[in-house]
Design a protein around this ligand. Sequence first.
Ligand code: NAD
Length: 309
Amino acid sequence: MRILITGGAGFIGTALANKLVQLGHHVRVIDDLSAGDSSRLDPRVVFTRGDVRDVPRLWTLLQGVDCVYHLAAKVSVPESVLYPKEYNEVNVGGTVSLMVAIRDVGVKRVILASSGAVYGEQKEQPVREEQRPNPQSPYAVSKLASEYYVNTLGALYGIETVILRIFNAYGPGQFLPVSHPPVIPQFMKRAVEGGSLVIFGDGNQTRDFVYIDDVVDALIAAATARNVNRAVINVGSGEETSIKQLAHKVAEVTGRQVQVIHNEAESGGVSRLVADLTRAAKLLGYKPKVKLKEGLRRLMELDPRFRVS
Ligand code: NAD
């Protein structure tokens, strides 16, 4: 297959692109490198530096493409609270531009990397796709709006679309910005450096941490699965872990005594989140393989930033 990945130089995109070329597919990537790093891409991946809102550029890159993965986005919940306009422009504007370019060129299927964040606060856990979204941050709103645009424009323009709601992905190569870094690489780095772990709030808030290889399996299955047109599908581990429990696991895996410091809770977060995977199993044959402790071990082994010296 010929595949275009937007945001393909990012954490998930790089893992996906490298796996797809290993499987023999032709892969193009467009990424503006605002967060990504193209040096980790397999040399067989054809890389273009550009903005996903640049429709004429997309027309060229979409020629002959069968399937598009739309991953380009700004991805931090707390940052989105500070910069909602930018999150709307890039995440929603980027999605609409891409769908318009796809309409003009003609592509069979589009797969959107959406987020478990769209659920927001929900009484019923694990969350099922038919529960009503309740976004708590501009990031979550931008992902939900992207879902609606992808499915609505897909139906209007005759393009197959699949929405994957990815929960908290982690693994080697995850971008670690100075401000608002994701919790797992942040904890791992602090632990191996002998620093203390900062928990925002009481640490009883839960998340569903899913290892990158499982996310990539789901993304690849979505390209060829049948009966998935317009489907919204959760992709997680199905296991609920509190931030406190995560801190203990990080200490255990790194073999470090870690001190935990509590800071004020960040806005935009939710108290509980864990995925129901019934639909993913049925439609994609998806079954997560990597448990959290094993994933943290792999992270230490495969990512030089987290090796204990
Ligand atoms: P990432 O920041 O590593 O990747 C996003 C990529 O998009 C980056 O390489 C960045 O340079 C690129 N990008 C940003 N703005 C762009 C623009 N205007 N034009 C072109 N490229 C642009 O993040 P990630 O964790 O790999 O996330 C990938 C996708 O998966 C995102 O859409 C995100 O919302 C979604 N997602 C991620 C997670 C997670 O836990 N990592 C969970 C749910 C959903």
